[in-house]
Design a protein around this ligand. Structure first.
Ligand code: FMN
Length: 396
């Protein structure tokens, strides 16, 4: 009997860890390294994963449910399960890029966040999915930000994700991958050892007739060419950092659902409520940011206790299994967002790899609901998980 829902194709992977191993085999070392990411000593990136291992379940053995529902609503969107695809700005993983991710999301009935640093335009992505949230950084002037909001709205984005937790950390104890400004001859020569060792990845691009472009079309000024990744990054680094009233102003310029991503502290969460946001995500940017920030799953219950009845609370960071999703929901999250999990799937097998990851997570959620005697994801509560005495952190 196959335990993978009848999908017998040899390319099917049964866990995200297997997708990651396939991605590592397939990608040039520098591209793989850009997805592993992390910052400084990797304390946060590591804690994001190991913290989930410290949480256990308290299952029942009878009174279980044959029918179980994973459907829910997030930021006004009806979704088939409480898992969103978090915005990620990495290029060159697969030629299908964000359009392949959006197709997978639409096929599986989940919403996706599209990064400002994406390699496909918001118009291309919204053309294949009608559940797209556009992600902004505080980059450029107020006028620039308004143009981006307007463009996202015209393209059909259903909401905004404003990511505020970036501190431009730029060192890693294990060394950072080299990412070229442009894929030209010089870059190809420098990347050659890593790229030539991965002919299948190179071939997947060669078939499409172009190499990864490393441009950011959503950061282009109206009528201008898309800036390169580093051109856009430069604009962001030069920008004046926002005050709380700047953030409130931006929120007032968008009529629909609005999420602030990267909140860890209770006092910040209250301010996000005060400025009228629809949702916040407890997140440390996948551990790529201020190293030493605790795993969001540790900070989640304090945030939920403070603001959970006033705003939708999401969590992202470290989700690799359906059971991780269930742990986060039990501790009060309305939904989670995933980053690397779907990037591994995308790298391993394009659109179907992302669908595979979503199916793996759905299977894991369902299995945990069965064991915990819940008929619906919304019934999960704190008594479903056991945590070590010193597990949680209240920040702020
Ligand atoms: C390679 C990479 C690129 C990312 N780019 C962005 C981005 O452009 N915008 C953003 O808001 N978050 C970005 N993130 C953070 C993710 O949205 C998310 O917070 C994080 O990946 C969650 O942790 P996980 O990878 O353990 O699931 C990125 C993360 C990774 C790994």
């Amino acid at each position: 009997m196959s335990s993978n829902g009848g999908q017998m194709a040899s390319s099917w992977f049964e866990t995200v860890a297997i997708a990651q191993r396939r991605a590592e085999k397939r990608l040039p070392k520098s591209v793989y390294g850009a997805l592993v990411a992390g910052s400084e000593k990797g304390l946060s990136a590591n804690d994001n994963l190991t913290s989930f291992d410290q949480l256990g379940f308290a299952p029942h053995v009878a009174g279980l449910f044959n029918e179980r529902s994973t459907a829910t609503t997030v930021m006004g969107q009806s979704v088939s399960m409480p898992v969103l695809l978090s915005p990620t700005g990495v290029q060159a993983v697969h030629p299908g890029g964000e359009v392949a991710v959006a197709r997978a999301a639409a096929n599986r009935g989940v919403a996706m966040g599209l990064s400002s640093f994406a390699s496909y335009s918001v118009e291309d992505v919204c053309a294949v999915s009608d559940q797209v949230f556009f992600q902004l950084y505080w980059s450029g002037s107020r006028d620039t930000l308004l143009q981006r909001l307007e463009r996202a709205k015209n393209a059909g984005a259903k909401g905004i994700i404003l990511t505020l937790d970036w501190s431009f950390a730029n060192g890693r104890d294990w060394g950072s991958p080299w990412i070229p400004e442009k894929i030209n001859m010089k870059a190809v020569t420098k990347l050659a050892p890593g790229v030539l060792a991965r002919p299948r990845w190179l071939w997947s691009f060669a078939k499409t007739g172009h190499l990864p472009s490393l441009t950011t079309p959503n950061m282009a000024a109206p009528g201008e060419k898309a800036p390169t990744f580093f051109g856009a990054y430069h604009e962001w680094m030069q920008s004046t950092l926002p005050s709380w009233s700047d953030v409130a102003w931006l929120r007032s310029q968008w009529e629909g659902p609005f999420m602030v991503k990267g909140v860890c502290r209770v006092d910040d969460a209250k301010r996000v409520v005060d400025l009228g946001a629809t949702a916040l995500s407890v997140s440390n940017h996948g551990g790529n940011n201020l190293d030493g920030t605790p795993a969001p799953i540790r900070a989640l219950p304090a945030v939920v206790d403070a603001v959970g009845d006033q705003i939708e609370v999401l969590l992202d960071g470290g989700i690799r299994r359906g059971s991780d999703v269930v742990k986060a929901l039990a501790l009060g999250a309305n939904a989670v967002m995933i980053g690397r999990a779907y990037l591994w799937g995308l790298a391993a097998a394009g659109q179907s790899g992302v669908e595979n990851v979503l199916d793996v997570l759905r299977g894991g959620i369902d299995s945990a609901l069965l064991g915990l005697a819940k008929s619906d994801v919304k019934e999960l509560d704190r008594t479903d998980v056991v945590a070590p005495a010193d597990f949680f952190r209240k920040l702020g």
